[in-house]
Ligand binder design. Structure first.
Ligand SMILES: [Fe+2]
Length: 144
């Protein structure tokens, strides 16, 4: 499968981002704490669901998904956050960067998959772009 290498990186990115978004969820502080904390919970649940989906997509297509934290840290281009507190604006600012990064990754995988006629992968990446664009709209509205 032509798109497998990129799917492995997406899988690793989702694993690291799941931890990073938990960091934001736990350590955000400020007057809008509760809705931001809840929003970030919805975000890590989405990333965790897609983390499992991507691994099973790799299996479905005959591949072998990376399945250790060590491999995820090697494969992922995402840096882990330090343990720290975040303002609400910082938490949404980081969420925006994460979503833009994921949308870009899904678009690149979709292109590889489409060119190779791996249409099931392409379809799933299109759904992901839609989901993440919708979340990005909410983040951008919160940042105004
Ligand atoms: Fe939680």
């Amino acid at each position: 499968m032509k798109s497998e290498k990129q799917l492995q990186v997406l899988l690793a990115d989702l694993a690291v981002l799941n931890v990073n978004v938990h960091n934001l969820h736990w350590n955000v502080e400020g007057p809008a704490f509760k809705p931001t904390h809840v929003f970030l919970e919805e975000m890590y649940e989405d990333l965790f669901t897609k983390f499992d989906d991507v691994a099973e997509l790799i299996k479905t297509n005959g591949g072998s998904p990376a399945a250790s934290l060590k491999e995820y840290l090697e494969l992922s281009k995402v840096e882990e956050y330090a343990d720290r507190n975040w303002t609400v604006a910082e938490a949404f600012g980081e969420s925006k960067k994460i979503l833009e990064y994921l949308i870009n990754s899904a678009l690149e995988i979709r292109k590889t998959a489409s060119d190779a006629d791996e249409f099931t992968v392409a379809n799933i990446m299109e759904d992901y772009v839609h989901d993440w664009q919708k979340t990005l709209w909410m983040v951008n509205a919160a940042l105004k």
